[in-house]
Design a protein around this ligand. Structure first.
Ligand code: ATP
Length: 512
């Protein structure tokens, strides 16, 4: 099945099974805003717990914070967001559709990569086992031709971005003959800057009302609190502060479901270090964060690093962890070495000293910061897209199954009486009443057992228990595994011991 079709199916599956609904659905939705349903909220909470515990519980030098969404407006002046949190936008005059100029060019770069990979793929088939990919890439005239075009475009693009040269960005789009996917024409407007922050007013609107912003990232709440936390928590450098919370960006092009939203959630951790040690810490966090992703078991081939071409002026290293979504490799997490930029800016704009006194060095300095920043919603999408499978079973029957890592699954165990009589429902309820204190269980008695299994497969429930007549005699049940569909007979009293450790977040944390 084409990846686009898989993506469409995933989106409708999310709605049908209560994972994600368009916001304000009965009013036909609101652009790039989504609500999480009864299943979605469980999965989302499990992702957040996995992240939070891996940061705060597993590191004695990382603590949490929950700062407010509204902050003093000068914070966004100091951070550079008021002046520079812009995207370059361009409109197609025929379709009236708006695009990010940088994204159009990035997609063009990806097209060159596709062409090169196709050539390599064809040659690999032709030459079979004797194929030497590195040599082919270095010598094939076709590959070299595409590569040269790609490199030239790339250099030009990076230069234009670094110089914020909007005319040049437009010229690149024209020279590369990039067309609007809707109208198919090259009838483009100028490129303009567009600030992504939402604003509102605080206080009476008559006079004295203050323009404030909805935060576009959670990080600034950490920066302006770092000394409060350091002092009250008696933290010593190096130490980190972790936060999970909503962020808002007025994205120009909001497509691809929950990949790019206007209201979303971030999990950010700022790690404060001694100046001069930041690149070492950057390398450590880069490796640690990839390990956290890979522990979910989707396979190493689903991830790659993308080191930044364009470093923000305050950063001295930056990389993204990209995940293979149905629409290609896309950023899920950013890891940035932000130097002392943010803290120094806040010191300057607030007029207050926020230096750290290092008792070991007996001196004060502004710490450097490594940040790890991941979107909960993008993580959710990556988990869903890697887990969604349509399988053909023996006998030709098909099933849709979410092969979610068990610790992230919304429901851990479904308990089903075989029939709605003979004391079986009561027995099943007893099991739920006992196990519900350990993990999320669902009682399900409606429809045939086969249908009930399919329903649980579709929401990713790793285990189902069926209570039958034998259960009332010997206190055993059949335990079904979602992935293998194998069933085994087990004593009711052992269910927690068998399932508990497999479905709890602890099992994931122990692999880190
Ligand atoms: P992009 O280049 O895709 O716009 P970004 O580089 O601006 O992302 P960051 O500012 O580094 O993103 O934000 C950190 C993380 O927050 C991203 O890796 C992503 O997971 C998440 N994120 C950013 N913008 C959005 C959005 N509009 N919707 C959902 N998640 C987002």
């Amino acid at each position: 099945m084409a990846q686009e079709d898989v993506f469409k199916k995933l989106v409708s599956h999310c709605k049908e099974y209560g994972f994600v609904f368009p916001s304000s659905d009965i009013y036909d939705g609101l652009g790039a805003v989504y609500d999480y349903g009864q299943m979605g909220v469980e999965l989302k909470n499990n992702i957040k717990r996995y992240w939070w515990d891996s940061m705060v519980m597993l590191h004695e030098n990382i603590v949490g914070l929950d700062s407010a969404i509204f902050m003093h407006p000068t914070i966004w002046k100091a951070s550079g967001h008021v002046d520079a949190f812009n995207d370059p936008l361009i409109d197609n005059k025929d379709s009236k559709k708006r695009y990010r100029a940088d994204v159009l060019i990035e997609e063009q770069l990806a097209k060159y990569d596709d062409k090169i990979n196709k050539e390599v793929g064809k040659a690999a088939k032709r030459f079979g086992d004797t194929f030497d990919e590195a040599q082919y890439r270095a010598t094939s005239p076709r590959v070299l031709e595409h590569q040269a075009k790609r490199d030239a475009l790339h250099d030009r693009f990076v230069k234009a971005l670094n110089e914020t040269n909007l005319e040049e960005l437009r010229q690149i789009i024209v020279d590369e003959e990039i067309v609007c996917p809707i109208s198919g024409t090259k009838n483009w407007t100028e490129v303009r800057q567009f600030n992504l922050m939402f604003s509102t007013e605080m206080g009476s609107t008559a006079d004295g009302a203050m323009k404030i912003y909805l935060r576009p990232e959670t990080a600034q709440g950490i920066f302006v609190n770092y000394l409060n936390v350091q002092k009250t928590g008696r933290m010593k450098i190096p130490f980190g502060i972790a936060q999970i919370g909503k962020a808002f960006r007025n994205e120009i092009v909001a497509r691809q479901f929950i990949f790019r939203m206007r209201e979303f959630e971030q999990m950010e951790m700022q790690f404060f270090v001694r100046p001069g040690t930041e690149l070492e810490w950057f390398a450590k966090w880069k490796a640690l964060r990839l390990k956290w992703h890979q522990a979910l078991g989707f396979g190493a081939d689903h991830y790659r690093y993308h080191d930044h071409d364009k470093l923000a002026h305050y950063a001295n290293a930056a990389t993204d962890i990209e995940f293979l979504m149905p629409f290609g490799f896309k950023e899920v997490e950013g890891i940035h070495s932000r130097t002392d930029f943010d803290l120094s800016q806040h010191e300057k704009f607030s007029g207050k000293s926020i230096k750290y006194f290092d008792p070991e060095l007996n001196e004060s300095y502004t710490p450097y910061v490594i940040e790890t920043s991941i979107g909960v919603d993008r993580m959710f999408l990556s988990v869903m897209s890697a887990s969604y499978k349509e399988e053909t079973l023996e006998g030709g029957e098909t099933r849709v199954v979410l092969r979610l890592p068990a610790p992230l699954a919304p429901v851990k165990l479904a308990v089903m009486p075989l029939v709605k009589k003979d004391g079986l429902p009561e027995k099943a309820r007893e099991i739920v009443d006992d196990l519900k204190f350990h993990f999320y269980c669902q009682y399900d008695e409606k429809d045939s057992i086969g249908k009930r299994y399919r329903r649980q497969d579709a929401i990713g429930t790793p285990y189902c228990v069926t209570v039958d007549h034998q259960s009332t005699e010997d206190n055993t049940v059949t335990l079904r595994d979602r992935d293998t569909m194998r069933q085994e007979r087990v004593p009711i009293g052992e269910l927690n011991a068998i399932i508990g450790h497999r479905v709890n977040i602890t099992s994931l944390l122990k692999t880190l």
